[in-house]
Design a protein around this ligand. Structure first.
Ligand SMILES: [Zn+2]
Length: 92
């Protein structure tokens, strides 16, 4: 049994950091944008934004006509403990 083998499977969760230059805050929103001059219409670029910079980044994209959508950052699914199978407690 090799300890390294065990650790190898444990990748740190991918950190979602705000795209604003110099900001290291955890992102809470995703800004989807597209530059029609250089991107195909279906292409979506993604910026991540913390609560402090979401407005700044959205204004930046909107003012250039690049903004398409603002979405929340998906919350990573928490691993269910082994053997836990949530069952409906509803009775009929
Ligand atoms: Zn930020």
């Amino acid at each position: 049994m090799n300890l390294l083998d065990m650790l190898d499977g444990q990748r740190p969760a991918e950190e979602l950091i705000c795209s604003r230059r110099g900001c290291r805050a955890l992102a809470t929103s995703r800004l989807l944008w597209n530059n029609p001059k250089i991107h195909p219409p279906e292409r979506r670029k993604v910026w991540l934004a913390c609560g402090e910079h979401i407005q700044w980044l959205e204004d930046y994209l909107r003012s250039r006509g690049l903004w398409r959508e603002t979405l929340p950052v998906p919350v990573p699914e928490r691993q269910a403990p082994p053997g836990a199978h949530p069952e409906s407690t509803e009775t009929h």
